[in-house]
Design a protein around this ligand. Structure first.
Ligand SMILES: Nc1ncnc2c1ncn2[C@@H]1O[C@H](COP(=O)(O)OP(=O)(O)OP(=O)(O)O)[C@@H](O)[C@H]1O
Ligand SMILES: [Mg+2]
Length: 249
């Protein structure tokens, strides 16, 4: 579905983020990326979307190297990027309109989803009138509605309260199972990564030359209690330990 082959990337400031990084993601995998702040997670997403281009190496989507990637992946950036002059409903409808659906048909399709996302009654509001968590859910919905089979979600639930976060995780898992999409998910929450993912990529060292890769040993469907198994608690401690070793305060 997605592969990096010897990819390097350095910002113009000379800040080297990736150095000869290779990895491979299979169709319908759910992958979480974790790493301390500034380790290069969002940069990887910008490279996948085509917003930035690598300084070396090859990025392939569905086996095609160096094709135009812009618009081919569903992307929820770390900042919600809602259009302030469009209402919530109009913002959520954007991907469907871009895909060629007329405004009325798009609204009919999106309206029931707003309800499901706890955004009922906000359709005529503007982004500036919503809480951070609500805006995040609109942005999440919009990425999902792009209909692309590869979804990149950059800390999609970071601004949500614990209960809403659990509901959104379940919604995402259901969607992923139904649509067989491939998900790349950035999070700082180790439990969230363990609960959702097939594999976890941990960024260590800078520039990033490889990931520490962890396969999550849980069957699906999963229940939250699975996280309390001894092996899962051990894995959680291992991940936290590795992340902590990267933080120097
Ligand atoms: N546009 C840019 N120009 C120059 N340097 C940048 C730019 N964007 C990010 N960086 C730098 O690149 C490094 C990686 O940034 P990135 O946003 O990928 O981190 P991250 O892992 O997503 O962090 P966080 O968890 O805080 O979101 C940081 O040192 C950051 O300062
Ligand atoms: Mg980031």
């Amino acid at each position: 579905m997605l592969s990096f082959d010897g990819v390097s990337f350095t910002y113009e400031s000379g800040n080297s983020i990736l150095d000869n990084l290779s990895f491979n993601i299979l169709p319908s995998e759910f992958i979480s990326i974790i790493g301390v702040s500034g380790s290069g997670k969002s940069t990887i997403f910008r490279l996948v979307t085509g917003l930035d281009e690598p300084s070396g190496g090859t990025i392939s989507l569905e086996g095609n190297p160096n094709t135009q990637r812009l618009g081919k992946v569903g992307y929820m950036p770390q900042q919600d990027l809602l259009l302030p002059w469009r209402t919530i409903l109009e913002n959520a409808c954007l991907p469907l309109e871009v895909a060629g659906l007329d405004k009325k048909a798009a609204k009919e399709q999106v309206q029931p989803l707003l309800q499901e996302f706890g955004l009922g009654g906000t359709e005529d509001n503007y982004p500036g009138e919503l809480s951070g968590g609500m805006k995040q859910r609109v942005a999440f919905l919009r990425a999902v509605l792009s209909g692309n089979s590869l979804l990149l979600l950059d800390e999609p639930f970071s601004a949500l309260d614990a209960i809403t976060r659990l509901a959104m995780q379940e919604w995402l898992i259901n969607l992923w199972e139904k649509r067989k999409s491939t998900v790349l998910f950035i999070t700082h929450d180790v439990e969230e990564a363990l609960f959702l993912s097939d594999r976890i990529f941990l960024l260590q060292n800078k520039p990033v030359t490889s990931f520490v890769e962890i396969e999550v040993p849980l069957e699906r469907p999963r229940i939250r209690n699975d996280l309390h198994r001894a092996e899962m608690l051990e894995l959680k401690e291992l991940l936290i330990g590795k992340l902590r070793s990267e933080v120097s305060l």
